[in-house]
Write a new protein. Structure first.
Length: 616
């Protein structure tokens, strides 16, 4: 049912709205769209990075990449085979079922977008059609059948990707086979002593870099603290997941190894940890005492499982307990897993269940198994709270998702929220407060909802503007924790818009009402994305251009003024290197800014980038 276009939603969750994109459907004064229109989210896990950004005039262009079929919108310059429709320039002007107002409820598609952080898109591994959606899978992507019972896997593969914002019409509800075995600115002039340490292959300090990356630093620009190149990876590419920053070390996983560097100088903090097979999952969070857990494959064959867990001390490199995760019941495998930490609990998500371990000892705490009306746990997110999403009643009239908060010590459900039929919860933009991103593939809509502490509905973001967090690839695997470029505090959600050219905006959304509070434009001619909220300030990263380094800014979250204040201006002399981190993770800790890659392309002809750190 579609609500009349000039009336507000009727109580709680309303029917899909068809309203101008600027007022959120709630009577706000229209806000101007970002230059170039709003865009879809990007997929940072690319197989092959594109060439560095080039000057806009007179520079030769790289040859086009041959089209590749895949999910998501076709990429310029030519429409590509796969799902989606060719795009038209300008906001809200797309034809077909993914475009403006041709479908009930007004799903709004995204115009052609550059890749993450200002790069041109890659055909095949391109944009996703809505916030939090996947792009095309990179080589070596995770199990495509994770998170859905086998009976519906085939149907889910064929489902069309969707676009358009809406609110739900919701009726809310309240309410292992074997035990694992634990076994801002720097000085104006660089000097030779400023040269950052570059290991060359990620395995040691390798002596000083032959090029002083600080030599061309201008007054007011930050200092390159250190820069690291990546280890070799197979030709098919490899994952480089996780980045953990402690008061002493910056730690990074890449392929079969974990590296650690001194945060200030970049010297190796401890010898790299090597694993017999590739690392397939990590805990995005670290524990309160600076531990993390990585998972690696049981072998190299097609039948290998992502079931070997290893705890590591991020400050010392010491290996702690080791455990093997057993498969669950029939069709409940560990071909791929997702890991998260909540307090002292490590949650291991299998395809249809979860196993909770004591993160300090590796001993088993509880199982989260099938429950109720054939509800299979299919996605977990950790941090301040432990959230699980389950697929219920697959293939029947009662098919729906359910969201629960679990007591991390016992596994008891603190509350249960039934999601309306036809909607699938794909991402958690935040777990404290809980903010869910969902899609309805039949109606081609998306929804962002905030929940109260008891699981009841707090608000829904009622807008047709498309936002652009950077989200990992996921087709059937929910990957609830797979988005960067989004931040939240107790009262506000911060999401970036996208722009075909020039600057974008960050929009602050009131979680009590779902309405826009304010928006701030990028201080540069490039896209800006949220990093985190700390001390009443939103920390954001404006991407580099071809002739200027990136910028880290703070924006006051309260009060009337929201002008970005520069914290660091990265040097123009290293803009090409900074731009080269196409698939990137970023963090701001103790006045230092860190970038790392999340994917190695396996190209033997060039050295790949692993990590880069800036400071004063």
């Amino acid at each position: 049912m579609v609500q009349p276009p000039d009336q507000p939603p009727r109580g709680g969750f309303g029917a899909p709205q068809d309203r101008p994109p600027s007022d959120g459907g709630r009577g706000e004064q229209p806000a101007p769209p970002a230059p170039g229109g709003f865009g879809a989210p990007q997929d940072p896990r690319q197989g092959t990075p594109p060439p560095p950004a080039q000057p806009p005039q007179g520079a030769p262009q790289p040859p086009p990449v041959p089209p590749q079929p895949g999910y998501g919108y076709p990429q310029p310059p030519q429409p590509q085979p796969g799902y989606g429709y060719p795009q038209q320039p300008g906001p809200y002007a797309q034809p077909g079922p993914y475009g403006a107002p041709t479908a009930p409820g007004g799903p709004y598609a995204a115009p052609q977008q550059p890749g993450p952080y200002g790069y041109p898109p890659q055909p095949g591994y391109g944009q996703a059609p809505y916030p939090g959606a996947p792009g095309t899978p990179p080589p070596g992507s995770r199990n495509p059948f994770k998170g859905r019972p086998l009976a519906v896997a085939g149907a889910a593969v064929a489902a069309l990707l969707v676009v358009g914002g809406t609110v739900w019409a919701v009726s809310g509800d309240g309410g292992g086979k074997k035990k694992p075995v634990a076994g801002p600115s720097g000085s104006a002039t660089g000097s030779p002593s400023d040269a950052p340490v570059n290991p060359g292959d990620g395995s040691g300090d390798g002596g000083k870099d032959t090029e002083n990356l600080n030599a061309g630093r201008k007054p007011g620009e930050a200092k390159v603290l250190w820069y690291k190149e990546a280890p070799d990876a197979p030709g098919s590419g490899a994952d480089a997941p996780g980045m953990w920053i402690t008061s002493r070390t910056a730690v990074k996983a890449a392929y079969k190894q974990v590296f650690a560097y001194d945060v200030a100088g970049g010297a190796p903090a401890w010898a790299p940890l090597s694993f017999p097979q590739k690392i397939c999952a990590v805990t995005p969070q670290k524990t309160s005492d600076d531990k993390a857990v990585v998972a690696y494959m049981s072998g190299s064959s097609d039948r290998a499982k992502c079931n070997q867990l290893q705890e590591i001390d991020l400050d010392t490199g010491r290996k702690g307990w080791h455990a093997e995760v057993p498969d669950g019941a029939l069709f409940d495998s560990t071909i791929s897993v997702e890991l998260s930490v909540t307090g002292r609990t490590l949650m291991v998500g299998r395809s249809q269940s979860g196993l909770a371990l004591n993160v300090e000892t590796g001993s088993k705490l509880f199982d989260k198994k099938k429950y109720g009306a054939s509800c299979f746990p299919s996605g977990f997110a950790g941090g301040a709270r432990l959230i699980v999403v389950s697929s219920c009643g697959a293939g029947g009239d009662n098919e729906h998702d359910e969201v629960q908060e679990l007591d991390p010590s016992t596994g008891r459900a603190e509350w249960t929220r039934r999601i309306p039929k036809g909607w699938s919860v794909e991402r958690t933009y935040s777990v404290d407060p809980v903010v869910l991103y969902s899609t309805n593939k039949d109606d081609k809509h998306w929804n962002i909802s905030a929940l109260n502490a008891d699981g009841s509905i707090r608000s829904q973001v009622d807008t047709k503007a498309a936002f652009s967090p950077k989200c990992d690839f996921a087709v059937l695997d929910r990957d609830l924790q797979g988005c960067q470029g989004v931040a939240a505090d107790a009262s506000t959600l911060y999401l970036p818009t996208d722009a075909t050219t020039g600057a974008n905006e960050i929009v602050a959304i009131d979680l009590a009402t779902g309405k826009e509070k304010w928006r701030v434009k990028s201080p540069t001619d490039t896209s800006m994305t949220p990093v985190k909220v700390e001390g009443g300030q939103l920390i954001a990263y404006a991407a580099p251009s071809y002739d200027a380094g990136g910028r880290i800014v703070s924006v006051a979250t309260a009060g009337a003024g929201h002008t970005p204040v520069k914290l660091l201006q990265n040097p123009a002399s290293t803009a090409e290197i900074e731009n080269g981190f196409y698939s990137k993770a970023v963090d701001w800790v103790d006045g230092r800014f860190y970038l790392s890659t999340t994917r190695l392309n396996g190209n033997d002809k060039t050295k790949e980038k692993l990590m880069l750190a800036f400071g004063r």
